[in-house]
Design a protein around this ligand. Structure first.
Ligand code: ARG
Length: 261
């Protein structure tokens, strides 16, 4: 995680970002710290990547890389405003090269924003349409040695895969069908007939932008109805208020780069 010490909306690269609505940075820092504390309380370890001045979106740490079984496929951001973030993430892994093998990308991809791993199936789910290029899906498959299922995102409000789909445990996923092309929905239905389905309201509340440890699911407070669906499916929702981060177009998942050691 990387603290929102320099968080602001200084440019607009997704429909949630509004240049005319100021960000309350103090509040953002407080909310971010609430998420960090919630993770620690659940027994997880959190590394903090220091914020860098001039990189207002760096709080969205999920975009910095994507790793599977200690191989790290680096990010290459679509927009120049964020491109330097990739170097900070790369340095994090290279400083720990005994544990992580870092591979630099040649194709545009935004890390865990557009890649998700389903451990029990040894499958990678990957989004394209707004940020990550399909060429990066092929590159990730080569680098990580796991099949990559390409899914096309069609609604600009859900511009990253992690705003529309999440992995809940080793086998189960959850997604909002309206964010995907009809063909991609058929692929998801075939592979995951037992998925927890979300509706538009759940997705707009950024409910799908969650982090799950297989039992506890951390998600935005706004997504109350969706938390009920997760509870009905046997998970334990833990709601965290990240309202201020939503002004940048992100929530819980965007703030966490999962290391899965
Ligand atoms: N403002 C950031 C962007 O548009 C938000 C990134 C959200 N991160 C995520 N993993 N979905 O790039």
């Amino acid at each position: 995680m990387s603290p929102p010490e320099h968080f602001t909306v200084a440019y607009q690269i997704n429909p949630w970002m509004r240049l005319d609505q100021p960000v309350d940075r103090e509040l953002a820092i407080k909310q971010w710290d609430g998420l960090r504390t919630a993770l620690l309380d659940l027994g997880h370890q959190v590394h903090v990547l220091p914020a860098v001045a001039g990189l207002p979106d760096m709080v969205f740490a999920a975009n910095g890389a994507f790793s599977v079984d200690r191989v790290v496929y680096g990010a290459r951001f679509k927009y120049p405003q964020r491109s330097a973030e990739a170097d900070a993430h790369r340095a994090f892994y290279e400083e720990r090269s005994a544990d992580w093998k870092f591979v630099a990308p040649t194709q545009v991809n935004e890390g865990e924003g557009d890649f998700a791993y389903v451990p029990g199936r040894k499958l990678i789910l990957a989004g394209h349409g707004f940020r990550t290029e399909t060429a990066a899906h092929a590159e990730a498959q080569d680098v990580l040695g796991r099949p990559v299922i390409s899914l096309r995102l069609v609604d600009e409000r859900f511009y990253h895969l992690d705003t529309a789909l999440a992995v809940l445990d080793d086998e189960r996923i959850t997604y909002y069908p309206g964010a995907f092309s009809a063909g991609s929905v058929r692929v998801l239905e075939q592979l995951f007939p037992d998925a927890v389905l979300a509706d538009e309201e759940d997705a707009l509340a950024f409910g799908l932008n969650l982090v799950s440890d297989g039992r506890n699911v951390l998600l935005n407070t706004e997504a109350g109805a969706y938390a009920g669906k997760l509870a009905a499916a046997g998970f334990r929702p833990v709601q965290v208020d990240l309202g201020e981060l939503k002004r940048g177009g992100g929530s819980v998942k965007c703030c966490v780069a999962e290391l899965r050691p």
